[in-house]
Design a protein around this ligand. Structure first.
Ligand code: AP5
Length: 214
C-alpha cells in the first residue's frame, strides 16, 4: 500500500512526476486541480462556482476539497493506495485528510525557485481531457500543439498568465509551504517518509531521485 503526497509550488513538476510515479506504483492520481478543471469544463453549477477562483489563482475552500477527496476515495481503484497531487494545500486540508484515516507512506517535496517557475509556466501546454502536461521546450509533444496519445489539440491554462502565476506563488508561500514542517514533524513520530528533491533538474533526473526513495 502506498499513499503518497506530492508537495511543491505551482509549476514544480508535480503533475509531470505524478504520472510517472502512478505508472511505477500502479496507483491512481488524485489531482484536485484536474478535478476542479473538469468541473469547470463541464459547465456544472459547481464548476461555475469555482471557475473564478481557479482563474485568479486563489484556493477553493477546505470544505469543498474535503468532500471531493472523500468521494474520490470511495472508488475501487484507490484500494492499493493513491498519489495525492496538489492536495493537501493548507493545514486545514492536512488535518482533514488525517481525520479520514488515510495513512500516508511518503511525502515528496519538489523544490524549484520562483523565477524558474515563472519561466516554466509560460511554456506549459495541457491536454484538457487527461490533464497531461507538456512544455514547448523541456517536455515537448511529438507533434507541436497535439497530444501524443489522443491527437487532440493542447491548450494553455487560463491561470498560467504571469500575473496569476505570481499570485499563486504568494498563496503557496503563505498557505502551503507550512505543510513541509507539518509533515517533517509527522515523519519523526511515525513510519511516514518525508524527502525533498531538486525539481530544477531534468524530468528524467527528478524521477530517478524520486523512484530511488519509494
Ligand atoms: P493545480 O492544478 O494543482 O496547480 P498547481 O499546484 O499550481 O500546480 P501546476 O499544475 O500548475 O504545476 P505542477 O507542479 O503540476 O507542474 P507541471 O508538472 O504541470 O491547481 C490549480 C488550481 O486549482 C489552484 O490554483 C487552486 O485554485 C485550485 N486547487 C487545486 N487543488 C486545490 C486544493 N487542494 N485546495 C484549494 N484549491 C485547489 O509542470 C509545469 C510545467 O513545467 C509543464 O509545462 C511541464 O512540462 C514543465 N516541467 C515539469 N517538470 C520539468 C522539469 N524537471 N524541467 C523542465 N520543465 C519541467
Amino acid at each position: 500500500m502506498k499513499n503518497i503526497i506530492l508537495l511543491g509550488p505551482p509549476g514544480a513538476g508535480k503533475g509531470t512526476q505524478a504520472d510517472l510515479i502512478c505508472n511505477l506504483c500502479s496507483i491512481p492520481k488524485i489531482s484536485t486541480g484536474d478535478m476542479l478543471r473538469e468541473a469547470v469544463a463541464s459547465g456544472s453549477d459547481f464548476g461555475k462556482k469555482v471557475s473564478h477562483i481557479l482563474d485568479t489563482g486563489g484556493l477553493v475552500s477546505d470544505e469543498i476539497i474535503g468532500s471531493l477527496i472523500q468521494d474520490r476515495l470511495t472508488k475501487p481503484d484507490c484500494v492499493n493506495g493513491s498519489l495525492f497531487d496538489g492536495v493537501p494545500r493548507t493545514l486545514g486540508q492536512a488535518t482533514e485528510l488525517a481525520s479520514m484515516g488515510i495513512e500516508f507512506t511518503h511525502v515528496i517535496e519538489i523544490n524549484v525557485d520562483d523565477q524558474m517557475i515563472v519561466n516554466r509556466m509560460s511554456g506549459r501546454r495541457v491536454h484538457p481531457g487527461s490533464g497531461k502536461n507538456y512544455h514547448i521546450d523541456f517536455n515537448p509533444p511529438l507533434n507541436e500543439g497535439i497530444d501524443d496519445e489522443t491527437g487532440d489539440s493542447l491548450i494553455q491554462r487560463e491561470d498560467d498568465k504571469p500575473e496569476t502565476v505570481l499570485k499563486r506563488l504568494t498563496v503557496y508561500h503563505d498557505q502551503t509551504k507550512p505543510l513541509s514542517e507539518f509533515y517533517i514533524n509527522e515523519s519523526s513520530n511515525s513510519d511516514l517518509k518525508y524527502f525533498t528533491v531538486d525539481g530544477s533538474q531534468s524530468v528524467e533526473k527528478v524521477f530517478q531521485d524520486i523512484s530511488s526513495q519509494i
